[in-house]
Ligand binder design. Sequence first.
Ligand code: PMP
Length: 350
Amino acid sequence: MTYFRPNIQALSAYIPGEQPSPETKVIKLNTNENPYPPSPKALQVLRNIDGELLRRYPHPMAETFRQAASQAFGVPPDWILVGNGSDEILTMIFRGFAEPGRKVVYPMPTYVLYRTLSQIQDAETIEIPYPEDYRLPVEELVKAGGSVTFVVSPNSPSGTQIPLDLLDTLAVRLSGVLVIDEAYVDFAETSALELVKKHDNVIVTRTLSKGYSLAGLRLGFAIAHPHLLSGLIKVKDSYNVDAISCLVGAAAIADSEYKNANAEKIKATRSRMAHQLQELGFKIWSSQANFLLVQPASTFPHNAESLYQNLKQQGILVRYFPQPRLNDKLRITVGTPEETEALISAIAKF
Ligand code: PMP
């Protein structure tokens, strides 16, 4: 293993949540997928894909998707950069802004991939602890002086929405770039998208994996001032978005009505689920995402890890993070009403 760079040798591989094969019968509430199918209009485009489309290389900027996203969000196409999932957008951001001697800053707990990507770049990683109520530690983030600072809103795993005025203040006070990761924004009441027009150091990242039920397609994008995106284009892979994803994604992003209707169902289930778990004695963080962070009450006879194991034995996968500050909690995706009922009765039984 000594062939590798020292920082890669020291790196622990990023482990996403368990992905059992589709034929395994489980209730899957561990990786925040949408329980409803993708837009019928997107599936129709998929069925009509012509082989000729696949014979040729795709457009290097995923132009069809870019045009559709430009329409959907009311920003010019050159304010949009498309990636193979928003994970690839994050990779481009780290390639573009992070290197040894530069600081990467984010509040913790948050999306665990940031640490991995920062270590790959061998950047100085500064993790600022969130307080127990997940209020954004603005002063500490500013003081840390990042070349690039990441804030997830709504945050994962807490589900908490970061108020727009705090993100606005952060954008003004940071001398580096502010990335606002809005992977879960489709389940929230507000977005920080307007900040990209106000501040030329802000990048908003989005995905089709959650709100649009297309995690398997791998499509995400960044919205920012073209002067920021022009640097990211230099570090992207040449044909990073395949031709099928580009076309299917364009149809999905245009069908906001379908996406919003599913989001409304999920939000209604989320509030019922929060209420039922509270009745069972769990502590719940106020969530604007499609999942809840929950902590068994001290009176509950089992800890988070044994609850995770027991639910797994009952065929229900939830997310347990064996890391400080999260090892007494579970993150549970909001599924269909039926899946949620099954979860609640499995917990009650245990
Ligand atoms: N950001 C956050 C906060 C996430 O939770 C995820 C999904 N795990 C992503 C980005 C990446 O999403 P995708 O690559 O599927 O677009």
